[in-house]
Structures are given as C-alpha cells and as structure tokens.
Design a binder for this molecule. Structure first.
Ligand SMILES: [Zn+2]
Length: 252
C-alpha cells in the first residue's frame, strides 16, 4: 500500500501536468489567432468582396454563402478598411475612384524602403522585377539616361512609396526634386548622372555607417564634380543660367 505522502505527491504531480497541458493549449490558441491576423498578402477577391459587403451592410450581390463558408472555415479574415473616398458599386469599387496606382514590384518597394540605390528606369517599367534574367536589350533600357520629364514621373513614384512608410521625408524629397530640376535646367545632359551618384552615395553611407543623409540640398560638391565642363543651358541674351531666353528681363 502506498503511503499517504506518496499519494499526495502523485496528486500534486498529476495536477501540475494538467496545468502544463492547459497552458500549452492556451499558447497554441494564442499563436493560431496571431497567425490569422490579416496582412496585405492575404488580400484576394474574396476578402475584397467580404470587406465590400461589410461596408454596404449586406447589400452587395456577392454570394454571402461562399463568404460565410470561408469565414467559418477560417480561410481568410477581414483585413481591408474601405476608405471614405472609395465609391462602391455592386461589382466592386470604380477604377476612377483611385487616382494614382503605382505598378511597382514588391521587390523594388522593399529596396526603396530599405534605403538601397534604385535605378529609376525600373520605376518606369510596370511591375518590373529586378531579379529578372538580364539580357542585352534589358541592359540598354536600364542604363539609359532619363529626361527631366521621365525623372519627375519616376521620382514621384519613388517618393510616394517612401512617404507611405516615412511620412517625415515628404518635404525633404520635394526639396530634392526642386534641386534636381534646377540642376537639369542648367546642366541638362548631366543631371541624371548626378542623381545616380548622389543616390548611390546615400545608400553606401547608410550601408557602411548606418547614417542617413538629408536629401534636401543634394551634394553641391558632387554636383560640381559631375557637371563641371559640360554644356550649360543659359539665356541667349544675357548668358544667365537662372532663366531662359523667353523671360529675359533685357527684352522688357
Ligand atoms: Zn537673360
């Protein structure tokens, strides 16, 4: 016959084991609910329809049976909060209700947000994947110098992606854009090369020193080095580089 103390010990051991089991079950439940948190990667047609239906209080014509089944089986979660500016119709939102859509590959977005130097040519090619196998034709397209118009379009995309994550950089990048436009007006053939070297320098400093360069003023020393000796666009009448011939004051 086991003694009373050994029975008590066994009881305590069983209780402790049961407690551990309960804790494990709770942990698993907790982890499962965390892994079901919605992320953008989970977005699909079903989740969009579900969000639309939730927004319109069940007035959408999408089959609620399918959505209910999906919800009950836990295959997707609501993850999209419709913006007040999105205009819903019965079949989805109107394309015209979204003014700007930058078709930029997620890999490029990651590069931008991690502070790497990004070839702006890539941002002019819809959903271009940087790891795509290189070819001679592709190399030529990627190494061309952008015109000022193209630069403004590509850098606008770069800025929107950056500012979506780092809102504090909005003014800084606006100032940099103005700096580049000024550079392009004086040295039209060299401004893009200057931008490439400046961007690469910022990425290198970040990578090697973990320091962020303020883009607002660019790098006048580097600009001088790159642009010196190249053709300068100036006024035909007074040779000034700060205005074009059409608005020269000497004409007035
Ligand atoms: Zn002039």
């Amino acid at each position: 016959m086991p003694s009373t103390s050994s029975i008590n010990n066994m009881e305590a051991m069983i209780m402790s084991t049961l407690k551990l089991c309960q804790q494990s079950i709770e942990t698993v439940r907790c982890l499962a609910s965390t892994s079901n948190q919605p992320t953008k990667a989970d977005f699909n047609l079903l989740s969009a329809y579900a969000a639309q239906q939730a927004d319109s209080h069940g007035t959408a014509t999408v089959s609620s049976t399918i959505i209910d089944q999906q919800q009950n089986s836990g295959q997707f979660q609501f993850g999209f909060q419709p913006s007040a500016t999105l205009i819903p119709s019965q079949s989805g939102i109107l394309a015209s209700s979204i003014s700007i859509t930058d078709m930029v590959h997620p890999e490029v977005r990651r590069q931008i947000l991690s502070g790497k130097h990004v070839n702006l040519n890539i941002l002019l090619m819809p959903n271009f994947q940087p790891s795509k196998r290189p070819s001679k034709e592709l190399d030529e397209r990627l190494s061309r110098n952008l015109s000022l118009d193209e630069f403004i379009v590509a850098f606008g995309r770069f800025k929107r992606i950056m500012v979506a994550a780092f809102a504090n950089r909005s003014q800084e990048l606006d100032d940099y854009m103005a700096h580049i436009i000024e550079t392009a007006n004086i040295w039209p053939e060299k401004f893009y090369k200057y931008h490439k070297l400046f961007s690469a320098k910022c990425a290198t400093v970040l990578y090697q020193r973990n320091q962020i360069i303020d883009w607002s003023y660019g790098d006048p020393g580097l600009r001088q080095l790159v642009c010196a000796g190249s053709r300068v666009r100036n006024c035909d009448t007074c040779r000034s580089t700060v205005h074009v011939s059409a608005i020269c004051v000497l004409w007035l």
